[in-house]
Design a protein around this ligand. Structure first.
Ligand code: AMP
Length: 285
């Protein structure tokens, strides 16, 4: 695997490959786990020349202590990338990505998508995500961009940014990888203590419960179903930002189902200081 730490060296290396290879690109913030590896495997299985970036992007953190405490495991990350057969690791520092400073140079018109769920609870987060991913896409020029369903709203936001900017890249969304007990794999899980890690399965259980109730109790409003799930999480010590149901294609929040479009149930909650998110799709019966 080739490691490039600067924009110039990455550009030079990709140019040296000659007639443009089909690049599959996976942006990450490191502290890699098998969820990240599943994106890399997807790119490789689709025959892509696989480029991964590791960059903890300061402009997408609305909480400075979350940024400061973001886990860093670079030696293990490099082993995982080598084992997975990744071709190039791009490992820039902040001054490489933001030579003119980290202030946002433009506003992405994300509309409704930015006013709900993560957008509501993490103001400015998606502007920072768009800023860094647009820069990375322009630099790497991939044919395909691989994102995890784990960050469902982020997938929708980046799909919108790609369309706003008319970037010639295909978005591939890879299903969420889970631990054996159901907890969605996440770099932030490393920050949970033993008791919190055991209890964190409650998020997945809440999603399953909401999904079950939506499919079984066809007359119940979604708000009554999600409030019940929220109360269960709170009784287990979580501080819940939201348990919500939306239409999967456009994230419109809904309270009833017309049975015509797939739904997605989304949850965000704090276990102690650690904020976890997860979601599950409900496909048409
Ligand atoms: P992150 O390093 O958290 O920014 O994540 C980098 C990419 O990996 C994003 O597209 C995430 O959605 C994806 N990802 C993170 N966790 C998982 C998971 N458990 N399963 C699948 N993809 C994931």
């Amino acid at each position: 695997m080739v490691i490039c730490k600067t924009v110039d060296s990455l550009r030079e290396y990709l140019t040296s490959l000659g007639s443009s290879p089909n690049i599959g690109f996976i942006p990450t913030m490191g502290a890699l786990h098998d969820g990240h590896a599943s994106l890399m495997r997807a790119a490789k299985s689709q025959g892509q020349f696989t480029v991964v970036s590791i960059f903890v992007n300061p402009t997408q953190f609305n909480d400075p202590s979350d940024f400061a405490k973001y886990p860093k495991t670079l030696p293990e990350d490099i082993l995982l990338l080598e084992r997975t057969g990744v071709d190039v690791l791009f490992l820039p520092d902040v001054s490489e990505m933001y030579p003119e400073g980290t202030q946002l140079s433009e506003h992405y018109d994300l509309g409704y998508l930015e006013t709900i769920l993560e957008g509501k609870y993490r103001p400015g987060h998606f502007q920072g995500v768009c800023q860094v991913v647009e820069r990375l896409l322009k630099l790497v020029a991939p044919k395909k961009l691989y994102l995890g369903q784990k960050d469902y709203q982020q997938c929708m936001v980046l799909r919108k940014m790609i369309s706003l900017k008319q970037l010639p890249v295909e978005l591939v969304i890879v299903p969420t990888r889970r631990e054996i007990d159901g907890l969605a794999m996440s770099s932030r899980n490393m920050r949970l203590n033993e008791a919190q890690r055991k209890g964190a399965i409650a998020l997945f259980q809440a999603l399953e419960e909401v999904k079950h109730n939506i499919l079984e109790k066809t007359n119940a409003s979604f708000s009554s179903i999600t409030s019940a799930a929220q109360h269960v999480l709170e009784s287990k010590g979580f501080i819940v930002d939201y348990v919500s149901v939306a239409q999967a294609p456009d994230l419109q929040l809904v309270d009833h189902w017309d049975g015509k479009v797939p739904l997605v149930v989304l949850v965000a909650a704090f276990s102690g200081e650690v904020r976890l998110i997860d979601n599950e799709l409900i496909n048409l019966p």
